[in-house]
Design a protein around this ligand. Structure first.
Ligand code: ZN
Ligand code: ZN
Ligand code: ZN
Length: 321
């Protein structure tokens, strides 16, 4: 079993202990979570180790050898692996940043527990456990480059998400993924306030590159992969009127088809980021377009040239040439 699997298992057991809500189980929670976090750190050290020895960085003793081609290289020796102090040293020189103050709190508590001594009240212990949840989330997403919702398992991840710090960190991450698309903060607020996972109703939605104008999405709470249409659907029902035929309107400004969606009380083009207060049907060709549809019967829309175009192109008009 890989280090990461062991780490996750240990954290899951620890979180289960924590969820029992029994102060006697808190001590076991601290032990398991602390061990799990250390395994996460060791997994990172393995990932950073060079290909010739993927465990060199977790070995306490590192020895230089000649690789037979005249180069000096390093291998790990012995059975002993790095302790907290050495992990910290190696992370420092490899620029892996961890909030050691938070970790030390947890580790200190674990040491005290191992020696059958703690002066902390159950509430204080619980607080230290909850603080460690953010350490876990941050490290998995930043340094192991995994989605916490995918690796931690549902029960464990939902327990972490219930804490304010973890929730806020995820929320900020979601925001960052949309920022890549160049939305200004006002539009971004509108997007994030109006999309929701259809499966678990979470608003924690991350954007990923899509082949389309719309980014492809994933839910950070239940791991579902989503289409832009999915996250709007709930609202669609409430604003669908007999005349509207689709949830995507075409944009008069950048002339992109089906790029405008309703978010809150406004319509936003995902291609040019224009905001519209209204949408309607072209009175001539009946296309669903964003913006004012007044006079479209005569002047047309991006999809047609209206009555005027029809007249200009007609043989009657060309007769005088
Ligand atoms: Zn979901
Ligand atoms: Zn547009
Ligand atoms: Zn038209």
């Amino acid at each position: 079993m890989s280090l990461l699997n062991n780490a996750i298992e240990s954290i899951q057991v620890g979180v289960e202990d924590y969820l029992m809500g029994d102060s006697k189980r808190y001590l076991s929670a601290v032990r398991n979570i602390c061990a799990g976090i250390l395994l996460l750190y060791k997994d990172k050290l393995c990932r950073l180790s060079p290909p010739h020895d993927k465990e060199v960085l977790i070995k306490k003793d590192i020895r230089p050898i000649d690789d037979g081609k005249g180069n000096v290289t390093f291998i790990g020796t012995g059975k002993k692996t790095v302790d907290v102090y050495e992990i910290r040293e190696r992370f420092n020189s490899l620029k892996v940043t961890v909030d050691w103050k938070k970790f030390d709190q947890l580790n200190q508590l674990r040491n005290n527990i191992e020696h059958y001594y703690t002066d902390k009240s159950p509430d204080a212990v619980r607080e230290v456990i909850v603080t460690s949840f953010l350490l876990i989330r941050d490290f998995i997403s930043e340094y192991l480059e995994e989605e916490p919702c995918n690796v931690l398992g549902e029960e464990c991840w939902q327990a972490l998400l219930k804490t304010k710090d973890v929730y806020q960190a995820e929320e900020e991450d979601c925001r960052q993924t949309f920022l890549v698309y160049g939305f200004d903060s006002q539009i971004l607020d509108r997007i994030l306030a109006n999309i929701r996972c259809p499966f678990c109703h979470s608003t924690l939605i991350k954007a990923k590159d899509g082949s389309d104008i719309f980014p492809s999405l994933s839910c950070c709470s239940c791991s579902a992969y989503l289409d832009f249409k999915d996250v709007l659907e709930e609202e669609e029902i409430s604003y669908r009127d007999p005349e509207s035929e689709g949830i995507f309107a075409s944009c008069n400004h950048c002339e992109t088809r089906n790029s405008v969606v309703k978010l809150g009380d406004k319509w936003i083009c995902f291609s040019c980021h224009s905001i519209y207060g209204e949408v309607g049907h072209c009175e001539y060709c009946y296309s669903f377009i964003a913006g004012n549809s007044e006079d479209t019967f005569f002047s047309g829309c991006l999809m047609c040239e209206g009555q005027m175009g029809h007249y200009m192109n007609s043989s009657a008009y060309n007769h005088d040439d």
